[in-house]
Design a protein around this ligand. Structure first.
Ligand SMILES: Cc1ncc(COP(=O)(O)O)c(C=O)c1O
Length: 437
């Protein structure tokens, strides 16, 4: 008889911290939410319970991964059914799940482009692949990315990321040119898109050979501070990059899968169809899967060489992803993100009138940022206050993140099954925390 007894788990927070220190790589503990990170034991819908049994409204969704909610019955049933048959089929064999999932993803993309899907394991891996395919297809090397962009931590993705903390003190992957990014609140050239497009042309002219492989853009910068690209910027950038022979790559890792409420994909709000789309996080509701999607003729440029990845298109993760798509549709979660986003805008506009610490409220749907400042005129980032507010909210049973170059922006992106009543709870908790700052 095989031993099926549950393996022991020590839930004492002090012991968890102790084992983490003793046995996990130190780098895994240097970037944590909160000085003393909570221990999550259970999740359901938009809620989390810690090891002591306290319930929290989850405004972070495990860094935007939980799209349709914790313990979603449809996702969990699809995963269990797949596990009951086989847990992994590597990419050199065949199984129906990846093909079905790819077909269902393509059905959600703009029609008429002959999209093909390359599954991988993480957002950074998908970014690496996007850069590789762009270089192979165009025969060019240089890639533009934006300041404050976050694209992940692999060697290539790290060089694409415009956040200093993400860089190691070593020569970075070559060929990346970082461009000044639009910012509606703090932008060097003001809130409109046009001056940043001029700057993009100048950057191509001065910082590159003029022959580009690609530009990578998040429609709304996530960790950069929930910075939505201004109207016309994406379309204008795509035109300039294509004129220089490059592909326009959109990073939908945070903005995809109905998160913005108005559309399924972030780029759809900007009147542009990208050449390459990178997706992850919400795609699997927490199961590790990501994808690089592009047109067939672009993907063909990789087909003559080996490109192997052991776990890409794992059938359990694909089963989860298919159930996510079905839940987004059947449960109207895009409309819900839109409605909760409207409730959020109204509630935080009222809070902004009462609390001078709120400098700006940004984002759309359920991808939101609340920027705290010490003084509205100077817009000096309220860094310590933001950290204190995050802690006060945690004590009140509400989890939010911090983002932005100065970590003074509250990052709020709950699972898309969150309710308008939850948004009222969140706003009330913020009201109280702001009063106590
Ligand atoms: C916009 C964006 N792109 C790429 C990544 C990298 O994804 P991963 O952490 O799965 O490598 C992230 C991760 O947070 C992200 O937010």
């Amino acid at each position: 008889m095989m031993n099926q007894d549950p393996l022991p788990l020590d839930w004492q927070p002090a012991r968890i911290a102790e084992r983490r220190r003793a046995f996990l790589s130190p780098a895994l503990a240097t970037f944590t939410a909160y000085r003393s990170p909570p221990v999550w034991r259970r999740g359901s819908g938009a809620y989390l319970w810690d090891a002591a049994g306290k319930r929290h409204l989850d405004g972070m969704a495990q860094n935007v991964c939980i799209s349709v909610g914790y313990r979603h019955p449809g996702v969990d049933a699809a995963v269990r059914a797949q596990l009951d048959e086989i847990q992994h089929v590597t990419t050199v064999y065949a199984h129906p799940q990846p093909g079905h999932f790819a077909e269902e993803l393509v059905a959600r993309l703009p029609a008429g482009h002959d999209w093909v899907v390359h599954f991988v394991n993480s957002g950074a891996e998908a970014i690496d692949l996007a850069v590789l395919v762009a270089r192979l297809h165009t025969g060019h090397f240089e890639v533009l990315t934006l300041r404050d962009a976050y694209h992940g931590m692999h060697f290539t993705a790290m060089a694409a990321t415009g956040i200093g903390q993400a860089h190691q003190p070593l020569p970075p992957a070559p060929g990346f040119v970082n461009v000044i990014a639009p910012h509606p609140y703090r932008g060097l050239f003001g809130p409109e898109g046009a001056p940043y497009l001029d700057e993009l042309s100048r950057a191509i002219g001065s910082g590159t050979s003029g022959a580009l492989a690609a530009m990578i853009v998040e429609p709304t910068q996530g960790y950069g501070g929930i910075v939505e690209m201004p109207e016309g910027y994406l379309a204008g950038a795509a035109a300039r990059v294509r004129e220089a022979g490059g592909l326009f790559v959109v990073d939908e890792v945070q903005t995809g899968f109905c998160r913005t409420g108005s559309h399924f994909w972030g780029f759809e709000a900007h009147g542009v169809v990208p050449d390459v789309i990178v997706m992850s996080k919400g795609i699997g509701n927490g199961f590790p899967i990501a994808a690089m999607v592009t047109r067939r003729e672009i993907a063909e440029s990789m087909a003559s060489r080996m490109f192997f990845n052991t776990y890409g298109s794992n059938p359990v993760s694909c089963a989860a992803g298919r159930a996510v798509l079905r839940a987004l549709d059947e449960e109207g979660l895009q409309a819900n993100a839109h409605a909760c986003g409207a409730a959020f805008s109204a509630a935080f506009a009222a809070l902004q009138e009462r609390h001078s610490r709120i400098g700006d409220v940004r984002g759309r749907g359920m991808l939101r940022g609340v920027e705290l400042v010490t003084d509205r005129r100077s817009r000096a980032p309220a860094v310590r206050e933001a950290e204190r507010m995050q802690e006060l909210l945690r004590q009140a049973g509400v989890i939010v993140g911090l983002c932005g170059a100065d970590h003074n922006v509250l990052k709020i992106n709950p699972p898309l099954c969150v309710s308008v009543a939850d948004i009222a709870t969140l706003a009330a908790a913020c009201d109280e925390a702001l009063a106590r700052l």
